[in-house]
Design a binder for this molecule. Structure first.
Ligand SMILES: Nc1nc2c(ncn2[C@@H]2O[C@H](COP(=O)(O)OP(=O)(O)OP(=O)(O)O)[C@@H](O)[C@H]2O)c(=O)[nH]1
Ligand SMILES: [Mg+2]
Length: 245
């Protein structure tokens, strides 16, 4: 389990409309997928502590290409006892995370004290949304082919973050996408966006409804607010744990 995760930097790398345009290196990746306008690009900006790295819009269908962002993390683990057990050692405090805008100078991030962080790089992949009402049927078919191509050929994909709006039950298109990912063997983390738009009590109710609709009682659904950065450290922890495995 990661103790603290710091985003050292992030940069746009490339956009793709076909496989030949995907980055050629072997870096691990986390892909973000969900209905148009659900908040994928906003969540990516929040996660990476950037205002405008991924382009957001009130008009659905903003993201039309597969966009790759390279991210550098520093991951701090709790100190482990040489015997392998982890006794109640006094906690070594990792440094607080600074506000990064734009990407900070990594040198200024050097941890203080004796805690050594591990650096890991990975891709954040912003995928175009589905369920956009104004899209034609042929566009939809092309979109599905495009997305299937990505998920069936993506190498080193850690997991897909499937975003649903916390205010609504997942729709058929969300269930289709979930099942598609499961069939392709892609691990899925369901994330409920725009959590700031409802009260904490309503969030609990909606999280239950989302689990029920996906039909998996033990499904972990992570609430997220991009405007308040809520859920950010949980999501960074999940990514860091996958990267360290
Ligand atoms: N209040 C609130 N608004 C949000 C949040 N996340 C996104 N929004 C708003 O929802 C709208 C859509 O956000 P985007 O991040 O562009 O959504 P997207 O899923 O990338 O959309 P497409 O690229 O069109 O598929 C924008 O107006 C955002 O400001 C959130 O956590 N809280
Ligand atoms: Mg987008």
């Amino acid at each position: 389990m990661a103790d603290k995760v710091i985003v050292l930097g992030s940069e746009y790398v490339s956009s793709a409309v076909k496989k030949a345009q995907y980055p050629k290196d072997e870096l691990p990746a986390v892909a973000f997928i969900g209905r148009s306008n659900v908040g994928k690009s906003s969540l990516i900006n929040s996660l990476l502590n950037r205002k405008n790295l991924a382009r957001t819009s009130q008009t659905p269908g903003k993201t039309q290409t597969i966009n790759f962002y390279k991210v550098d993390l520093k991951i701090f683990r709790p100190p482990t006892h040489p015997s392998g057990v982890n006794p109640q050692a006094p906690a070594l405090e990792p440094p607080p995370e600074p506000v990064l805008e734009p990407s900070p100078d990594p040198a200024s991030e050097a941890p203080r004290g004796t805690v050594e962080g591990e650096r890991r790089a990975f891709y954040v992949v912003d995928l175009p949304g589905y369920g956009y009402a104004k899209t034609s049927k042929s566009n939809r078919t092309a979109w599905l082919k495009f997305i299937d191509e990505y998920f069936s050929s993506a190498r080193n994909l850690l997991f897909a973050c499937l975003l649903v709006d916390i205010r609504h039950a997942p729709m058929d298109s969300d269930l289709d996408m979930f099942n598609r990912l499961v069939r392709l063997g892609v691990p899925v983390l369901v994330t409920a966006t725009k959590a700031d738009k409802i009260s904490h009590a309503a969030q609990e109710r909606q999280l239950d409804l989302i689990k029920q609709t996906f039909g998996i009682a033990e499904l972990d659904v992570l609430p997220y607010s991009s405007t308040k950065n809520e859920g950010r450290s949980d999501l960074l922890d999940v990514i860091a744990d996958c990267l360290l495995q």
